[in-house]
Design a protein around this ligand. Sequence first.
Ligand code: HEC
Length: 130
Amino acid sequence: MRRKANCTINLLFVTTIFFSYLASGAEKTVKDGVFTEAQVSSGQVVYDAQCKTCHNMRFYRDTLRSWNNQPLLYLWESIMGTMPADNPGSLMFEEYTNVIAYILSENGFPTGDMKLDPDNGMGDIAIVAP
Ligand code: HEC
């Protein structure tokens, strides 16, 4: 009898933890479909014109690895502040955002319904190593 009561209490406890975890708005990662198909295709155009001459995709893969666990917003800020190296900050905010979507897509991360937006939640999306 006593044993059974304990089990029920444990189950309640676990359920409560689980739902508070969901309610807390758990952090997303780049695996969660955080950019759209349209951003990827726009990003490819920018990438081909502005980013391809100096780095290959292998370089971006290594960059994502070294940024593992960092918020995606930090990478966006870093790229915006320093790239293209011959003309930093020369692109529009949206172009930087789309380039990141393209780079993530080329590294195997999925598209989704959510639009990647530096003003909205990008600080809560963690980079994971491809
Ligand atoms: C004129 C050459 C050139 C162009 C064009 C260029 N880069 Fe770079 N990029 C560099 C150099 C040089 C570095 C720093 C040295 C290195 O790490 O190879 C760098 C570093 C980087 C890094 C590493 C940053 C870090 O902190 O880990 C990223 C990411 C990056 N570039 C992205 C881009 C993107 C995106 C574009 C297009 C918008 C771009 N680059 C265009 C030359 C260039």
